[in-house]
Ligand binder design. Sequence first.
Ligand SMILES: Nc1ncnc2c1ncn2[C@@H]1O[C@H](COP(=O)(O)OP(=O)(O)OP(=O)(O)O)[C@@H](O)[C@H]1O
Length: 292
Amino acid sequence: MELEICGITKQYKDKCAVDQVSLTLTPGVWGLLGANGAGKTTLMRMIAGIQRPTSGCVRYDGIEIGTLKEAYRDIFGYLPQEFGFYPSFSIQDYLEYIAALKGLTKAESLKRIQILLERVSLSNVRNKKISKLSGGMKRRVGIAQALLNEPEVLVLDEPTSGLDPGERVKFRNLLSEFAHDRIVLISTHIVSDIEYIATCNAIMKEGKIIATGKTKELVQMVSGKVWSANIDSRELEEYEHRIPMVNVYNEENGDVKVRYLAETEVIPGSKSEEPRMEDLYLWLFPESGKED
Ligand SMILES: Nc1ncnc2c1ncn2[C@@H]1O[C@H](COP(=O)(O)OP(=O)(O)OP(=O)(O)O)[C@@H](O)[C@H]1O
């Protein structure tokens, strides 16, 4: 099983949103990490076959997805970033409707909906109207609909936005199990969503994939550049102007413990730290989190 993205480009007038991306996805969880505007959604929409590339193509097991037509729809699951619900439908009715569109029989769909609603903790509210659900609940309905046909390829565009920490953990576990012998691609800028479950990551910046690899391999890019130190709270502002801070923690004694990025030690007495994905993200996207 292989999803091959072959030199794909999407040009919007003068903006090249995706620039000659090539990537071969094999079974497992793939994290697609990038700052806002990196091109993740555009790339995913082309993988979903919703948007045509300006050039390049996507192949599933060697066959172009455009040629596969319905056969691709049958093995594909997608959760878009902006999800169109039918607000007057109940959760149950909505999932039955989507299951019918995906070609499941009534018996199959009822069985599958039961399992999925339990997995996303919505079985008790299955008869609630979608218009009455919270953002996190709607997101969980979206995740359930993407999994209805047990897709071989599952593409989730920022699936955890709006989920609380407990829901995020559940979601990660659900995906880890599901990804066994399936291809799951998750776009996010929330590093913790994929740090521990991604078999492989692809990092996207300005329309290009700038790095791919396992979390352990990728974080080596910032090996020796991650430091921690204790400073006086009065020094914080000055250091924040000089160096990118990954974490700032107020100690009980009034000191501040900081984790920062730098080629060499900046704060005297700093300790070198094991790099994590969040460090790499901030190293590659120093502008993220800053106001426009
Ligand atoms: N229909 C469009 N017409 C013109 N430009 C577009 C269009 N859609 C996206 N873009 C631009 O293409 C670039 C990539 O957008 P895209 O939504 O794919 O990025 P993203 O990584 O998904 O961002 P985010 O994390 O904010 O969703 C952005 O600069 C965006 O403004």
